[in-house]
Design a protein around this ligand. Structure first.
Ligand SMILES: [Fe+2]
Ligand SMILES: [Fe+2]
Length: 258
């Protein structure tokens, strides 16, 4: 399979999202390259490149960018010594990097939103959009919900906004880097609590507290990466002649120090 075939498959998952402004597509390497062993990950860190080298990969499918810029622009690849060294290493390894972002977040069943909700065990869905979901839960408290989210998603440092004893029976899920509009949509659909990846602290939490609702910051990486394990599954089902290997990226925040 050529890299361009894999990219075409990714674009076909949600073709309405593959607009000229989309960040998806081949980011490094040639579309004509034959791929036999492909990594699937959340973002291409230097540790992911180490693993790619050890495993002898010839391509990587990633949800988030490689050069610390949403579009992986030409400027971003030379903007720092770190970015320049990364580009050089990728070129030396001959890796084709394909971004699967816009055509993946809202993809049914396997995509980020549905995969994350499934891991959380949230099944009674009240509302769904490309960028958010609302679910009914058995009644719990904010503190217990935060512990459960942390446990199931593997995030050691959830941050909560609101009284830990607040009763929660409807929850919103806005994975990754979300927007105020997505959070508002959840609260106005009845969510008592919105679990987000990340959102500006002056904005989302302040809206939540003024609204008498609650919020859990679970982290961008941890609210998205389960959906790249399922990306690996879907790709494996569709390309029998290619080996797809999931490469985990740990949450960037360090362990608690206090
Ligand atoms: Fe995402
Ligand atoms: Fe994201």
């Amino acid at each position: 399979m050529k890299a361009s075939d894999l990219d075409r498959f990714c674009a076909g998952l949600m073709p309405e999202r593959r607009t000229p402004e989309s960040v998806d597509g081949i980011k490094t390497g040639e579309g004509a390259k034959e791929l036999r062993k492909v990594g699937v990950t959340w973002t291409v860190t230097n540790a992911v490149l180490d693993k790619a080298e050890r495993l002898g990969l010839d391509g990587i499918v990633t949800h988030e960018p490689t050069f610390f810029d949403h579009h992986d622009s030409a400027e971003s690849r030379t903007a720092s010594e770190t970015a320049r060294a990364k580009q050089k290493r990728i070129d030396e390894l001959g890796l084709v990097i394909i971004r699967l972002h816009d055509c993946w977040d809202g993809y049914p069943e396997y995509g980020i939103g549905d995969a994350t909700a499934r891991v959380l065990g949230w099944t009674e869905r009240l509302e769904a959009t490309d960028i958010g979901r609302v679910f009914r839960l058995a009644e719990t408290t904010l503190a217990d919900l935060a512990r459960d989210v942390a446990d199931k998603l593997g995030c050691p440092n959830p941050r909560i906004f609101g009284d830990p004893a607040t009763k929660i029976s409807v929850v919103g899920l806005c994975w990754g880097h979300t927007s105020l509009g997505s959070v508002v949509r959840c609260t106005e659909a009845g969510a008592d609590c919105v679990v987000v990846g990340e959102l500006a602290e002056w904005q989302g939490p302040q809206y939540i507290l003024d609204s008498g609702k609650t919020m859990i910051y679970a982290g961008h990486c941890t609210t998205e990466k389960k959906g790249m394990e399922t990306a690996r599954e879907l790709l494996e089902k569709n390309f029998a002649d290619v080996e797809f290997i999931y490469i985990d990226v740990p949450e960037a925040f360090g362990p608690p120090v206090l």
